[in-house]
Design a protein around this ligand. Structure first.
Ligand SMILES: C[S@@+](CC[C@H](N)C(=O)[O-])C[C@H]1O[C@@H](n2cnc3c(N)ncnc32)[C@H](O)[C@@H]1O
Length: 260
C-alpha cells in the first residue's frame, strides 16, 4: 500500500520532469479518483450499530432455501443476505410485506416464498421516465439501477405473482397513506443518497404495524447516505447490524405490540 503510493507519486513526478503529459495526467487522475473514493467511503463515518448474529434474532431456525434463490447480480443482495432475509421472514411470518426498491424483483420473490402462503407483498420502484420531474435528483450511482428496461422481471412468471402488488413512483413523494400501519415487514432498498434513505426510513416506520420489522440493505461504509440516515435515528430506535452482511434491522421482540 505504502509502496504503491510511493510508486504512483514517483511516476507522476518523473512524468512531469520529462514532459510526459499523458503519463502525468494518468497518475494525477488515479490520485484524484482514489481521493474521491476515499472521501465518499469515509463520509458516513464509522459504522456504530451493535452487531448481532442471525441466530441472536431467529434462534436455531432451520431454513430450506433453493440454490437458485441465492443467485446474485449487481444491484441485488448477496447470498448470505438472501439467507438472512429468508430467515427473518420465516421467523416473523408477516402477513403484509412492503419492499421499497423492486429492481428486477429477485428479493421480492425470495420474500414471497418464505412468507406464509396467504401473505401479501407490495413492492415500489421508480420508473426511469419519472426521473426528469423529480425535485431531488438521484445520484449517478442510483441512476445505474433506475435505468432498466423492466421493473420486477423476476416475478412475472413466479408462482407468487398473484400475491405481489407492483407499485410505481418516487418513494419520496408516493402516497403511502393506504398502507400506513398495516405492514409487518418492510425492506428498504431504494435510492442510496441521504435524502431518499431518510425519507424511506421515516416511511418504513409509518408503514409498520406495532411490533413490525424493518430491514435496510447497504448499511456499509461505501453507502454513506444509508449509514448517516440510520445513525440519525439510532438513539431513538432499536437498530442492529447483521454480522457478515450489509443488513441493518429494526427487530422488536416477538409479541411486542408497542408502537415502534
Ligand atoms: C439496489 S436496487 C434494489 C434491489 C432489490 N431490492 C433486490 O434486492 O434485488 C434499487 C432500486 O431502487 C429503485 N429506486 C431508486 N430510487 C427510487 C425512488 N426514489 N423511489 C422508488 N424506487 C427507487 C431503483 O429503480 C432500483 O430498482
Amino acid at each position: 500500500m505504502v509502496g504503491f503510493c510511493a510508486r504512483l507519486l514517483r511516476f507522476a513526478a518523473a512524468a512531469r520532469v520529462r514532459g510526459d503529459r499523458a503519463g502525468y495526467d494518468f497518475a494525477r487522475g488515479l490520485l484524484w479518483e482514489c481521493d474521491a473514493r476515499l472521501r465518499h467511503f469515509a463520509a458516513g463515518g464509522p459504522l456504530r450499530l451493535p452487531i448481532v448474529d442471525l441466530a441472536d434474532l431467529v434462534g436455531n431456525l432451520a431454513l430450506p432455501v433453493s440454490a437458485a434463490a441465492l443467485r446474485t447480480e449487481d444491484g441485488g443482495v448477496s447470498p448470505l443476505e438472501s439467507l438472512c432475509l429468508a430467515a427473518l421472514v420465516r421467523h416473523r411470518a408477516p402477513r403484509r410485506i412492503f419492499e421499497i426498491g423492486t429492481f428486477k424483483g429477485r428479493t421480492t420473490c425470495l420474500l414471497a416464498r418464505h412468507a406464509p402462503p396467504d401473505a401479501e407483498l407490495l413492492t415500489l420502484d421508480l420508473p426511469p421516465e419519472a426521473v426528469p420531474a423529480m425535485a431531488v435528483a438521484p445520484t449517478d450511482g442510483d441512476l445505474r439501477y433506475i435505468a432498466k428496461p423492466r421493473i420486477g422481471e423476476c416475478f412475472a412468471d413466479d408462482p407468487a405473482r398473484g400475491r405481489i402488488t407492483q407499485l410505481l413512483g418516487d418513494s419520496r413523494t408516493f402516497d403511502f397513506a393506504p398502507y400506513r400501519g398495516t405492514c409487518d415487514f418492510v425492506f428498504v432498498d431504494g435510492a442510496h443518497s441521504y435524502p431518499f434513505v431518510a425519507a424511506d426510513t421515516a416511511t418504513a416506520f409509518e408503514l409498520l404495524r406495532p411490533g413490525g420489522v424493518i430491514v435496510w440493505h447497504d448499511y456499509k461504509p461505501g453507502c454513506p447516505g444509508v449509514v448517516r440516515a440510520l445513525h440519525a435515528i439510532a438513539d431513538e430506535r432499536a437498530l442492529v447490524a447483521l454480522r457478515g452482511t450489509s443488513l441493518a434491522v429494526h427487530w422488536p421482540p416477538v409479541g411486542d405490540v408497542r408502537p415502534s
